[in-house]
Design a protein around this ligand. Structure first.
Ligand code: FAD
Length: 497
């Protein structure tokens, strides 16, 4: 509440923020957790908390009057539609050369993501976080994160027969015929629930196409894992629909934090000021970077160093669809939770998830989200004219990622005698090169911070989310974000409290 003094304030309730709040509270520290999105704990008029992907409504997007779907077209036709402006769950945040999709609400990206929970191969870790002790990560923090997140693997025998994974079996067959390894990808989805969905003995969620706008049943988002533990401590106050606008040193020590309370159309209704001894930036790669760049440039935190805002990457994300032969149908019932990928990282710099296209009809399409070793990095900077933070990423910077993804799909197309789909991202547009789901960097570990996320220039300020990771994790990022937060907060609690 306004005028309060708190020992620790956490900005953002995604993976980094929830790890931080839980471990601090368990160590006896009272925490204020501030989240600009909604709590997502109350059903709407249809009796469900989250909207379905096929029928977007006001709950679906963050403060937009029209949907901005990642796949903008189907059979060439635009599929976006008007919706009421509302503090919905998925933010399609537009910068000059890229749209960055992010989750908004208590749970951050865990509310909207595919739940693919991948620990990078150890041989790749040195390139991801070069100053972090890999032994500690693989012996202690990755196992801790995987256990706390409830990561599990699909039953391979069930996979072989499940109707809802025909699309993935087609993906496996074609990958293997072209000589690429197909690997199962762990996920936080409850795989027993998935089996029951297929058997039609429970309400369907993944099999009803739910994913981008939240998942009503089977996915173990942070709402089902870290959050109940946080609530059980009794030490964490969570403020949804509250956005941190400013952090600056307080005259008596600690930090003055300015917080704007929002209504559900995004207007600021009240501005509150809290004093916090320590502040943890866990607003996500984009959220943390935007705050830090703005606060440095506007004089609130002038001593942050010049690395703030730098080394931002898209995890090499590119999307593409392929048109299969008539004898390779991918199924009209597709689980929205991917379970496998094509690994050509070492040879070609690409790891491609075999992704669903849950349209409810047979499309003969194979769809993929690739993570590539795209080396391009962008920078956030303060624009004094617009009073906003810009990102200088350019669409053309996706080209190395496209080339790496082609190392897989040109070969598969040649082998199968097939072609790319041209109807999913516009008219005659093959590559989804306009977006990322995996923003990373902007307050990079051991550059903008020390080796544990302590921000340079200010005692008691920390970055503890995807902003710490310099642009790429070689796989889907949230397990690494969680494990790194577990590592850093353990050190910070031991030494700074
Ligand atoms: P976030 O989870 O983004 O949390 C940051 C939170 O801070 C948000 O809730 C935000 O609303 C809040 N916030 C921001 N600014 C402020 C402010 N000023 N004041 C208060 N609160 C603020 N990753 C995987 O590993 N596997 C997947 O299958 C996968 N699929 C994805 C699918 C989609 C559609 C998307 C969008 C992402 C996906 N990701 C996936 C990425 C993953 O969700 C993110 O990497 C992860 O959520 C980042 O964690 P974080 O803690 O850094 O920040």
């Amino acid at each position: 509440s306004d005028g309060a003094r708190v020992p620790a304030l956490v900005i953002g309730s995604g993976y980094g923020g929830q790890v931080t709040a839980l471990r601090l509270a368990q160590a006896g520290v009272d925490v204020q957790l501030v989240e600009m999105g909604m709590a997502w704990d109350t059903p709407g008029s249809d009796g469900k908390i989250f909207a379905n992907t096929t029928t977007p409504d006001q709950r679906s997007f963050w403060l937009r009057t029209r949907t901005k779907q990642p796949l903008s077209n189907f059979l060439g036709f635009p599929i976006d539609k008007d919706i009421p402006k509302y503090t919905g769950i998925l933010d399609a945040e537009e910068f000059g050369g890229i749209i960055v999709y992010q989750g908004r609400g208590v749970g951050g990206g865990s509310l909207v993501n595919g739940g693919m929970a991948v620990t990078p191969k150890r041989e790749n870790f040195g390139a991801i976080l070069p100053t972090v002790d890999a032994n500690e990560m693989y012996n202690t923090y990755y196992p801790r994160a995987n256990a706390a997140l409830g990561v599990g693997l699909i039953d391979p025998a069930w996979f072989d027969s499940a109707e809802c994974y025909q699309y993935a079996r087609v993906g496996r067959k074609q990958a293997q015929r072209s000589g690429f390894p197909f690997v199962f990808v762990p996920d936080v989805y409850d795989w027993n629930y998935m089996k029951q969905e297929q058997a039609n003995t429970v309400p369907r969620s993944a099999l009803a196409g739910e994913i981008l706008y939240g998942n009503n049943y089977g996915k173990k988002s942070l709402q089902k894992t870290y959050l109940p533990q946080i609530q059980a401590t009794g030490r964490v106050t969570i403020s949804p629909l509250h956005r941190v606008a400013k952090v600056t040193p307080a005259s008596g020590g600690g930090y003055t934090v300015t917080i704007e309370q929002l209504n559900t159309t995004g207007d600021v209704t009240v501005t509150k000021v809290v004093t916090a001894a320590k502040v943890f930036f866990a607003a996500g790669s984009v959220g943390t970077s935007k705050l830090l760049v703005k606060l440095k440039a506007t004089g609130a935190l002038p001593n942050l160093n010049g690395e703030v805002g730098k080394n931002w990457g898209d995890n090499g994300n590119v999307m593409v669809g392929r048109a299969n032969q008539i004898w390779d149908p991918t199924g009209s019932l597709q689980s929205s939770i991917p379970c496998g990928g094509i690994d050509n990282w070492a040879a070609g710099g690409a790891f491609a998830e075999v992704a669903p296209l849950p349209t409810g009809i047979e499309t003969w399409a194979s769809f993929y989200l690739s993570i590539t070793k795209n080396p391009n990095r962008a920078q956030f900077s303060w624009n004094a004219a617009t009073q906003e933070v810009d990102l200088n990423w350019q669409t053309a910077w996706k080209q190395p990622g496209i080339d790496m993804a082609k190392s897989i799909f040109d070969k598969i197309n040649a082998k199968e005698g097939t072609i790319y789909r041209t109807d999913l991202f516009g008219i005659y547009k093959i590559w989804g090169d306009h977006l990322t789901y995996h923003p990373l960097g902007g307050a990079v570990l051991n550059k903008a911070t020390d080796n544990y996320g302590r921000l340079a220039g200010y005692q008691g300020l920390y970055a503890i989310d995807g902003s710490l990771i310099p642009g790429n994790t070689s796989v889907n990022p949230f397990v690494t974000i969680t494990a790194l937060a577990e590592r850093n907060i353990e050190k910070i609690i031991a030494t700074d409290f």
